[in-house]
Design a protein around this ligand. Structure first.
Ligand code: ATP
Length: 471
C-alpha cells in the first residue's frame, strides 16, 4: 500500500499541489494547485460536466458563493450545520467527537474486539446531542490519541459556516456566509431554470463550485480542507419515484469513477444508517485511500425538504405543475454530491505505481508512474528529438507546435531518452513522441504508450488523429 506522504511529495515536487501561502508557513486546510494540478483539475471537472450536462434532462448553473442569509435559515444550516467538538485538557488537542469515537471503534476492530466495537457503533448511531457523544467517550474510557488521558472537556456544537459582512457596517444585519455547499444555489434557482428552459420533471440542475467549511480538524491532504470545490447535481422528480431514481444515480455515479480508471475493488458503497435532517435515503461512494476507506461522493434522496423550506421562507411557490396530467406538487430531489478536490486526490492515489521495468533493452530499473486516464492526465503528449542535431530538433519543434494547437503538450530535449520518459511517466503523460533519424527520411515518428511502454512508428501526418482517438 502506498503512503499518503509519497503522493503529497510527488504532488509538490512536480507541481500538482502546494500548501496555500507556503512562504508564510501555510494556511491550515487550504491548498493551491500548481501548473499540472490545475490542468488535471480542469479535466476532472470537464469530464463531470460532460457526463452530467451533455444530455437532454440536465441543465447547468453557476450561482454566487455569497447568498441571501435567509437561504441558510431555510436549509437548516444555521441551526444544524455543526459538528460536535471536544478538547483534551492535557494535550489541548481538539477533535470532532464523532471522529474520535469512530477512530476508537476502528482500533477495537483491529484488536479483534468486535463485540465492543459493535456496541459503541450502535451507541454512535443513536447519538444526537453533545451530551450523547460525551457519554460514549466517558463510558468507554476513550483516550486522547495524543496524551493518552481521559481528561476531556464538555462536547460543544460548533457551526462550520464561515461568516463575513456585506458592505461597510459590521453589524448583525450585514452578516453573510460563505456557502458550505453548492446545492442551495441550485435550489434557489429551481424556478428560474424550470421557467427559462424547456424542462419537465424529471430533470436536473448541475453545478461545480467552491464551498467553505470551517472544519474542526483538517487532515489527510486534500481529503478534509476548509476551502474546496464540489460538483453537485440535484435531480427533481415526482414524489414516490425516489427509490428508482436513487438506484439509477448510484449506478451512474459509481460507473463514472470506473470509466475514468478506478478499479472496482477500490470502490464501495456505504449505506448511511444515520440520516441527515433532509434525507430519507443516503449512500456514499467510498474509495480506498492510503489511510483507509473514505467518502468521495454522497448520493442523497432529499425528499422535498429544501424546496418546501424555500417556499416557506421566501413565500414564493416552488410547485411544479404537470401540464399533461394537471398534477401539482413540490418535486422530490435526488442529489449527487461529489468533491472535486477529494476525487482529484483519489484519482492520484488510484493512478500511482512503482514498477520494475526494462525498456529499450536497457537493464531493469524502477519507475514511478501515474496510470491516469488520458482524459485526466495533465499533460497529454511530450515530444523529444532523439539527439540535438541532424535536423531532429527542427522537425520535433514543428511537430510540437502543431500538437499544441489541440493538446496540452511539452517539448523536452534534455538528458538521455530514458530519463525523459521517466519524467513523463511520473506525471502520467500517456504519449511520448520521438523524432529520430528515420523521421527525417520518411516523415514518420515513434509514439510510445505510457502503460505498455510499446512504441509504434506512424506517419507524422496521422499523429493528431492517433492521439485524438485515444483521449
Ligand atoms: P464528511 O462526513 O466527510 O464531513 P459530508 O458527508 O459532510 O462529509 P457532504 O456534505 O455530503 O459531505 O459533501 C459532499 C462531498 O463534498 C463529499 O463527498 C466530499 O467529496 C466533499 N467534501 C465535503 N467536505 C469536504 C471537505 N472539508 N474537504 C474536501 N471535500 C469535502
Amino acid at each position: 500500500m502506498i503512503k499518503l506522504d509519497t503522493i503529497i511529495s510527488l504532488a509538490k515536487r512536480r507541481g500538482f499541489v502546494f500548501q496555500s501561502s507556503e512562504i508564510y508557513g501555510g494556511l491550515n486546510g487550504c491548498w493551491d494547485y500548481g501548473q499540472l494540478g490545475v490542468e488535471m483539475l480542469l479535466r476532472l471537472k470537464n469530464q463531470w460536466w460532460k457526463a452530467m450536462t451533455y444530455r437532454d434532462d440536465i441543465e447547468g448553473v453557476d450561482a454566487s458563493i455569497l447568498m441571501h442569509p435567509r437561504t441558510w435559515e431555510a436549509s437548516g444550516h444555521l441551526a444544524q450545520f455543526s459538528d460536535p467538538m471536544i478538547d483534551n485538557k492535557t494535550s489541548k488537542a481538539r477533535f470532532r467527537a464523532d471522529n474520535l469515537i469512530e477512530e476508537f471503534i476502528d482500533r477495537m476492530k483491529k484488536k479483534g474486539k468486535s463485540q465492543l466495537a459493535t456496541e459503541i457503533e450502535n451507541q454512535l448511531v443513536e447519538a444526537k446531542q453533545p451530551a450523547d457523544y460525551l457519554k460514549i467517550i466517558l463510558d468507554n474510557l476513550i483516550p486522547d490519541p495524543v496524551s493518552g488521558t481521559n481528561d476531556w472537556t464538555e462536547v460543544r456544537n460548533f457551526n462550520l459556516m464561515f461568516k463575513t459582512f456585506i458592505g461597510p457596517a459590521e453589524d448583525s444585519s450585514a452578516v453573510v456566509y460563505l456557502r458550505p455547499e453548492s446545492a442551495q444555489g441550485i435550489f434557489v434557482n429551481f424556478k428560474n431554470i424550470l421557467e427559462s428552459s424547456r424542462q419537465r420533471v424529471p430533470f436536473g440542475i448541475a453545478q461545480i463550485g467552491k464551498a467553505f467549511r470551517n472544519e474542526i480538524n483538517t487532515k489527510n491532504f486534500l481529503f478534509r480542507t476548509r476551502e474546496f470545490e464540489q460538483m453537485e447535481m440535484q435531480y427533481f422528480i415526482k414524489p414516490g419515484s425516489e427509490l428508482d431514481w436513487f438506484e439509477y444515480w448510484k449506478e451512474q455515479r459509481v460507473n463514472w469513477y470506473k470509466n475514468l480508471g478506478m478499479k472496482e475493488e477500490n470502490l464501495k458503497f456505504h449505506v448511511h444508517e444515520k440520516l441527515a435532517h433532509y434525507a430519507n435515503h443516503a449512500v456514499d461512494i467510498e474509495f480506498l485511500f492510503p489511510f483507509g476507506w473514505g467518502e468521495i461522493e454522497g448520493i442523497h434522496s432529499r425528499t422535498n425538504f429544501d424546496l418546501s423550506a424555500h417556499q416557506q421562507f421566501s413565500g414564493k411557490k416552488m410547485e411544479y405543475v404537470d401540464n399533461i396530467t394537471n398534477e401539482r406538487y413540490v418535486p422530490y430531489v435526488i442529489e449527487t454530491s461529489g468533491g472535486v478536490s477529494r476525487s482529484f486526490m483519489a484519482f492520484l492515489c488510484a493512478a500511482y505505481d512503482e514498477e520494475e521495468i526494462s525498456e529499450d533493452g536497457e537493464k531493469s530499473e524502477k519507475r514511478t508512474v501515474l496510470h491516469l486516464s488520458p482524459k485526466l492526465a495533465p499533460m497529454t503528449v511530450a515530444v523529444f528529438p532523439l539527439v540535438n542535431k541532424d535536423g531532429m530538433p527542427e522537425f520535433a519543434e514543428k511537430i510540437y507546435q502543431d500538437l499544441q494547437t489541440e493538446f496540452k503538450a511539452m517539448y523536452d530535449t534534455s538528458g538521455a531518452i530514458g530519463r525523459r520518459y521517466r519524467r513523463q511517466d511520473e506525471i502520467g503523460t500517456p504519449f511520448c513522441v520521438t523524432i529520430d533519424g528515420t523521421s527525417i527520411e520518411d516523415d514518420t515518428v515513434t509514439i510510445r504508450d505510457r502503460d505498455s511502454m510499446k512504441q509504434e512508428r506512424i506517419s507524422a501526418d496521422s499523429l493528431k488523429n492517433y492521439i485524438k482517438l485515444r483521449v
